[in-house]
Design a protein around this ligand. Structure first.
Ligand SMILES: *Cc1c(COP(=O)(O)O)cnc(C)c1O
Length: 223
């Protein structure tokens, strides 16, 4: 089996310029994250608030933590001191709460708007209609402590790569609609986070700038 260091090196060598790797470290112990850090990795993704809050203080301070899971409202305050990007913003209510908590500790936080395009109902995110309506209503751009940096999405869990491609295509079109519409004055709105271990190549074809990779780097998760 190849080491985490080798996996990171092989993976980053394959990524086109302009695409960054978010190493998804959920369920993996801090020793493994430290190994990835030694290999030069600085962006890490976690999907549970408690796990992020427990791990962050044990690792170097220049790690940029991306929160990628469904964020419960009562967990926003806990992650706020640690997180660089909240990728999984799925409602206007959550945006308002993030604004309040960021203001409370006088910081600015970057976020991505999560879109729900997959077939599984269990996945969270704005529907395309919801996010465009929120944009029209001016509810995505009125937060002094938030920089909205783009869109995040997950495709359906399927081997059907045409289905995956059509979903990533929809994400890209929605991203561009938002970019030309309510974010046309924004210097921040430049990111498309999509693609995981099994579908990142398709995501990159559709313009992903961030790929979120767990298994292909750290191996299978032990839940
Ligand atoms: C777990 C997870 C990933 C990584 O999945 P792998 O298939 O292990 O690469 C990416 N994005 C999100 C939102 C996740 O929860």
């Amino acid at each position: 089996m190849s080491s985490i260091k080798e996996n990171i090196e092989n993976f980053t060598a394959q990524l086109p310029e302009g695409v960054q790797l978010v190493a998804v470290s959920k369920f993996h112990p801090v020793e493994e994250l430290a190994e990835a850090y030694e290999a030069g990795q600085r962006l890490f993704g976690e999907n549970r608030a408690q796990e992020l809050v427990a791990k962050a203080p044990q690792l170097p301070a220049d790690i940029r933590w991306h929160f990628i899971g469904h964020l419960q409202k009562n967990k926003v305050r806990a992650i706020m001191p640690h997180v660089t990007v909240i990728e999984s913003v799925d409602s206007v209510e959550l945006l308002k709460l993030i604004e309040k908590e960021a203001a409370r500790i006088d910081r600015t936080v970057e976020v991505l708007l999560q879109l729900h395009v997959a077939q599984e109902e269990t996945k969270s995110g704005f529907s395309v209609d919801e996010v465009l309506q929120a944009a029209d209503d001016g509810l995505l751009t009125c937060y002094p402590h938030i920089r909205v940096c783009g869109v995040m999405a997950m495709a359906s869990l399927t081997d059907d790569m045409e289905q995956v491609a059509s979903e990533f295509g929809l994400v890209r079109r929605t991203y561009l609609t938002l970019k030309d519409g309510c974010f046309d004055e924004s210097e921040d709105f430049n990111h498309l986070s999509m693609g995981m271990s099994d579908d990142w190549q398709v995501a990159v074809k559709y313009g992903a700038t961030l790929v979120r990779i767990g298994t292909a780097i750290f191996g299978p998760r032990k839940y």
